[in-house]
Design a protein around this ligand. Structure first.
Ligand code: NAP
Length: 251
C-alpha cells in the first residue's frame, strides 16, 4: 500500500538515465517517488526514493499493482526498445485511470545525418546489413548480441554494461563499460587501429548530438541503425527529465 511520504506520489518505470534523473529531480522536490526496474542490470546506480525490482506480471499485474499502490501519476521512462513494458503501462493506466506520462528521448530519425545511415527493422536485418569487411562496433546491448553471432569470427567490438550470457567468437572484443560516453572516448575507441568501419546502434535517440554518431561521422564509418519498435500513441509525452518534472509541477 502507498505510504504518503510527500505531497504527491509518482511511480516511475525506469531503467534509463532519464528515469533516474527524474527520480532525482522529484525526490529533491519532496515528491514520494517509486522507481520500478526490470532487474536486468547487475551493476545498478543508486536511486533516491523507493525502488522496486522485478516484473509485475503483464498489463493485468501492473494494473493490480497500481490499484494497490494508488500513485498520483505513472511515468513510463523505459527505454524506447522496452516496448512490452510501454504497451503494458499504456493498457494498465487506461484500465485504472492513473494518469500516464511518457518520458523518452526523441528518435534520431529527425537528425540531418539520419538520411545517410542504414535503417533496419530489427537486429537480424542489421547483422545482414553489416559490410563483409572492416571492424564492427556493436552498441546494441548484451541481450541482443546473440543475433550478431552469424558475423562469425570477425573483428568485432561489443560494448556492454554487463557480460552476455553467450560465448562470443575468439576474435570479438568485449568492452564492458557504462555510458554516457563523451566525444573524446568515442573518438579514441573508434579511431582504432584499426578504425571502426561499421557502427551498429539502436535508435535510442536523444535531445543532444550523440558522441558515438559524431565520432563515426568523423571517420566516415557506416552507421546501421535499428528502428524503434511500434509504441502506443501517448496523450502526454516529454523528452527530458526536466520537462517531465515541470509538467508534473504544473498539475
Ligand atoms: P521489455 O521487453 O519491454 O519488458 C519485458 C518485461 O520486463 C516486461 O513485460 C516486464 O515484466 C518487465 N519490465 C520491463 N521494464 C520494467 C520496469 N521498468 N519495471 C518493472 N518491470 C519491467 O523490456 P526490456 O527491453 O527487457 O528492458 C528491460 C529494462 O531495461 C527496462 O526497464 C528498460 O527501460 C531498460 N533498458 C532497456 C533497453 C533496451 O534496449 N531494451 C536499453 C536500456 C535500458 P512483466 O510483464 O512481468 O511486468
Amino acid at each position: 500500500m502507498r505510504a504518503y511520504a510527500g505531497p504527491m506520489a509518482v511511480m516511475i518505470l525506469g531503467g534509463t538515465a532519464r528515469g533516474r534523473q527524474l527520480a532525482e529531480l522529484l525526490s529533491a522536490r519532496g515528491v514520494d517517488v517509486m522507481s520500478c526496474l526490470a532487474g536486468r542490470t547487475a551493476s545498478r546506480i543508486p536511486l533516491p526514493g523507493r525502488v522496486r525490482v522485478g516484473g509485475f506480471g503483464g498489463a493485468d499485474g501492473l494494473a493490480l499493482f497500481l490499484r494497490d499502490e494508488r500513485p498520483d501519476l505513472l511515468v513510463d521512462a523505459t527505454h524506447p526498445f522496452a516496448a512490452t513494458m510501454s504497451w503494458n503501462a499504456h493498457q494498465a493506466a487506461a484500465a485504472t485511470g492513473v494518469p500516464l506520462l511518457r518520458l523518452a528521448a526523441p528518435s534520431w530519425r529527425q537528425l540531418p545525418d539520419a538520411a545517410r545511415w542504414t535503417w533496419v527493422a530489427n537486429h537480424d536485418a542489421a547483422a545482414v546489413a553489416i559490410p563483409a569487411t572492416g571492424r564492427v562496433l556493436l552498441t546494441v546491448g548484451r541481450q541482443e548480441l546473440p543475433r550478431y553471432l552469424p558475423l562469425g569470427d570477425r573483428d568485432v567490438v561489443a560494448r556492454v554494461v554487463d557480460p552476455p550470457d553467450v560465448a562470443l567468437p575468439p576474435r570479438w572484443t568485449l568492452l564492458r563499460s557504462r555510458g554516457p560516453f563523451d566525444l573524446a572516448s568515442e573518438r579514441a575507441l573508434q579511431a582504432g587501429p584499426p578504425p571502426v568501419a561499421t557502427l551498429v546502434t539502436k535508435d535510442s535517440g536523444g535531445t543532444d548530438p550523440d558522441p558515438k554518431l559524431i565520432a563515426a561521422a568523423e571517420i566516415d564509418a557506416r552507421v546501421v541503425v535499428i528502428e524503434r519498435p511500434p509504441a502506443p500513441v501517448w496523450e502526454h509525452e516529454v523528452a527530458t527529465a526536466t520537462a517531465a518534472a515541470d509538467w508534473i509541477a504544473e498539475r
